[in-house]
Design a protein around this ligand. Structure first.
Ligand code: PLP
Length: 428
């Protein structure tokens, strides 16, 4: 019997739509969202949810921000798409110049793509070819870190955590990388230096998510780890790639997380909040010396990559509008306020049976459980409290839109403290 409260398109499409990260035999029907506004998702049955995770961390300014909507609509009238091979469009050109200006140091060269994973693929390809173009062969491996996550495509999977991550099946099929613990102390630094000394000739680059490793478990590290990695890669002559896809555009209280360590990576990847969460867009941003390694009078040294929709004018118009909002509105102060409120309001979860840690950095608040796989039990309890929170592994977390007000954020944090207390009594 069709559910009269559910739209017909949900039933029709559900037979055919293959969902992300889902066991399709048992996956529940996704919730039908018909409208969004600010921090709220409106469902087909007339109810609404506060989005506690900003649609996978994309919604810096909240949904349907009028300035982004107007800029995209105006662009749609003029030029929705044009290929970037041999043809230019104003939003992409303006955005490249703005990103070059706002990113640290001489991160001045912007290569657009349409998803975070592709921007990481491009970064890895860029790093390998950087060495080839400079006449050094054999530098084809990357150093990456346990609990790291960089996307789901082939090269990206190879630099994710091979054991804890979700891509374990592909071991043996993916290029083998050097996945190590983050050097968090003196012993870690000694081990890291030894690795460079022994295998430096194989290494194309070191890649990490700065300050917060996201999908690999919302693990935090200090700016000192980044500073050490910058010094070590400089000392040994290696490229440092910072994947700022989750951390970039204010999520940790600075426009880019690397700024907190005052370091400039050789290559940086950004996506997610780049377009203000409106359209798919990503960029791989290279320092001048990386870009220069591709210049010569021979075509073979060029970067042979070109996603069909790269520099899409609509997506770039959305990103330019998003940057306007970062300039005009107090986003970083809002992140600081979210951080303070989450620190205070998630604290009651600490000490609950089954909760092993509570931590907050910028606009990311985390409650870590002593076991994975509780999402199916937790989710309906969150929905009952009018919030969209999507636990993964043993992590329950918040990463709300930056424009969330105190009351709505309180609804999110109290949903977590209530549900975790219930979970602790009934399940832990
Ligand atoms: N890198 C990081 C740090 C991410 O958090 C993600 C996505 O969550 C990606 C890469 C992959 O981005 P996308 O899902 O847009 O391919």
């Amino acid at each position: 019997m069709p559910d009269p409260l559910q739209p017909d398109w949900l039933q029709i499409g559900a037979k055919h739509l293959w969902l992300p990260y889902a066991q399709m035999q048992t996956a529940p029907l996704p919730l039908p969202v018909v409208r969004s506004e600010g921090v709220r998702l409106h469902l087909a049955d007339g109810t609404s949810l506060i989005d506690g995770i900003a649609s996978w961390w994309t919604q810096a300014h909240g949904y349907n921000h009028p300035h982004i909507r107007d800029c995209v609509a105006a662009q749609l009238e003029k030029l929705p798409h044009v290929m970037l091979g041999g043809l230019a469009n104003e939003p992409a050109m303006r955005l490249a110049a703005r990103l070059a200006k706002m990113t640290p140091g001489d991160l001045d060269h912007i290569f657009f793509s349409e998803s975070g994973s592709v921007s990481v693929e491009v970064a890895m390809k860029m790093a390998i070819q950087y060495w080839i173009n400079r006449g050094k062969t054999g530098r084809t491996r990357f150093v990456s870190f346990r609990h790291g996550y960089h996307g789901d495509t082939m090269a990206c999977m190879s630099v994710c955590d091979p054991d804890e991550g979700m891509h374990g099946h592909f071991k043996g099929y993916l290029p083998e990388q050097i996945v190590v613990d983050l050097p968090r102390d003196a012993a870690g630094e000694v081990a890291f230096d030894a690795l460079f000394a022994a295998r430096g000739h194989e290494i194309a680059g070191v890649i990490l998510e700065p300050l917060v490793q996201g999908a690999g478990g919302m693990k935090f590290h200090d700016a000192s780890v980044l500073r050490y990695l910058r010094q070590a890669t400089d000392r040994h002559g290696h490229l440092l790639i910072l994947d700022e896809i989750m951390t970039g555009f204010g999520r940790l209280g600075t426009m880019f997380a690397g700024e907190q360590a005052e370091i400039v990576p050789d290559i940086m990847t950004v996506s997610k909040a780049l377009s203000g969460g409106t359209l798919p867009l990503a960029a791989t941003i290279a320092r001048r010396h990386v870009f220069d390694a591709f210049l010569s009078d021979r075509h073979e040294t060029a970067l042979m990559h070109g996603p069909t929709y790269m520099g899409n004018p609509l997506a770039c118009a959305a990103a330019n509008a998003s940057l306007d909002l970062f300039e005009r509105e107090p986003r970083l102060q809002q992140v600081a306020a979210i951080e303070r409120q989450m620190r205070a309001e998630l604290e009651p979860c600490r000490g609950l049976k089954g909760v092993v840690d509570v931590r907050v950095k910028g606009a990311i608040g985390v409650v870590e459980l002593d076991r994975a796989g509780e999402g199916a039990w937790l989710r309906p309890h969150f929905l009952k409290r009018g919030v969209w929170i999507r636990p993964f592994g043993n992590i329950v977390y918040l990463a709300p839109p930056f424009v969330i007000n105190e009351q709505d954020l309180h609804q999110l944090t109290s949903a977590i403290t209530d549900v975790m207390a219930l979970w602790s009594r009934e399940r832990a």
